[in-house]
Design a protein around this ligand. Structure first.
Ligand code: NAD
Length: 358
């Protein structure tokens, strides 16, 4: 079979650090294994445009492996051209870069390595909440510049204790964020999700469900976004919704960039309507050099905690999603059943309930 993988470029770092498994250099550690079984393995980071290695090779690939960090966007048009495609594997979590409805129609299965990096992301979320609330980035930049003026950074630094924190999406990551926030003694932990948490799970973290999104937003000091990107969440956090937010809201989005409206966020931060925005996901990846989220700031010069998409690709996570990818491929080649939690699209239907209510 022909296996095509779109991974990110690792450069010198990948040569020096073999545990960077998700790179084009280290190839998820599966090249020898795939070739020993007689399969062809094409690996590239060249993914944009019809002459890219990705788009040229998708036409006769049997299996596509992608990562959310450097997404090979499998659009409906490409699905139509991919005549042999039977299986898409996301080495990580989050398959919105794949046209899932087109895969349902074509009976192409889509699997993820569910759970592989949920702790990695939850830790990043807690870090990002703290760095916004405590105004960490401008304070560190001041030190690098050689300056020392405590009042300039303390004027916008707060404690997380006593604040209301809410998660949009209380699945694997959202719930782990709530668990990790418990010892901070927040005033309240809230969640907004069409799937209610089991009563004992909600009780264990003291989380209260709010069923109306505007109502939810109006109660939060901090919002963390932890739902997948799908038809029902694209642009969910937009100018209209932000009108209902408390002035000075902090937002952390490590789910998907396009869940938050790019221009509305930049404008709200600039105006001071929100006090900070942090995360690692962008509406297009890699983000263009002039993307407003790279440099946007609040009126007093802080409030930006953006980084490249790496929260779910720690070295620990890479070991897990590389192993998980291999195990999905093994099951596929040997006609063995897949781990149910890994199946996003089964043969001709969605198997997950997390990509919208249907
Ligand atoms: P999950 O399936 O365990 O949980 C997702 C939750 O979101 C579910 O409870 C679902 O009901 C809820 N949801 C779906 N649509 C919703 C909506 N319209 N409103 C409110 N809630 C909604 O998934 P997970 O493992 O927690 O991952 C969540 C997402 O995080 C992934 O889909 C991916 O996009 C993102 N992610 C990012 C990284 C990263 O490196 N930044 C890594 C892993 C996952």
């Amino acid at each position: 079979m022909k296996v095509l993988a779109v991974l990110y470029k690792g450069g010198e770092a990948a040569k020096q650090e073999p545990r960077l498994l998700g790179t084009i250099e280290n190839q998820l550690g599966i090249r020898e294994w795939l070739e020993s079984k007689g399969h062809t393995f094409v690996v590239t980071d060249d993914k944009e445009g019809e002459n890219s290695v990705f788009q040229k090779n998708i036409v006769d690939a049997d299996i596509l492996i992608t990562t959310p960090f450097h997404p090979g966007y499998l659009t409906g048009d490409l699905v139509a051209k991919a005549k042999n495609l039977k299986l898409c594997v996301t080495a990580g979590v989050g398959s919105d870069h794949i046209d899932l409805n087109a895969c349902v129609d074509r009976k192409i299965q889509v699997l993820e390595v569910t759970g592989s990096n949920v702790v990695s992301v939850a830790e990043h979320v807690v870090m990002s909440i703290l760095l916004l609330v405590r105004n960490f980035v401008p304070a560190h930049e001041m030190i690098e510049r050689g300056d020392w003026m405590v009042s300039e950074v303390a004027r916008n630094a707060y404690d997380l204790e006593g604040k209301v924190v809410g998660t949009i999406g209380a699945g694997r990551i959202g719930y782990r964020v709530l668990q990790r926030l418990v010892p901070f003694n927040c005033k309240e932990l809230l969640y907004y999700d069409y799937a209610a948490l089991p009563a004992d799970a909600a009780k264990a973290v003291g989380a209260r469900r709010v069923e109306d999104l505007k109502d939810f937003v109006s109660q939060c000091d901090v919002i963390t976004v932890n739902c997948p990107l799908h038809e029902g969440t694209r642009g969910l956090v937009n100018a209209e919704l932000l009108k209902h937010a408390k002035k000075g809201l902090w937002i952390v989005n490590t789910a998907r960039g396009a869940i938050c409206d790019k221009d509305a966020i930049a404008a709200a931060l600039k105006a001071g309507q929100i006090n900070g925005y942090a995360g690692d996901v962008w509406n297009v990846q890699p983000a263009p050099k002039d993307h407003p989220w790279r440099t946007m700031k609040n009126p007093i010069g802080g409030g930006n905690g953006m980084v490249p998409h790496y929260s779910g690709t720690t070295l620990d996570a890479q070991a897990r999603y590389a192993a998980g990818t291999k195990s999905i491929l093994e099951n596929f080649f040997n006609d063995k059943p897949q781990e149910p939690a890994n199946i996003i699209v089964g043969i001709g239907k969605y198997e997950t309930k997390a990509y919208g209510q249907r």
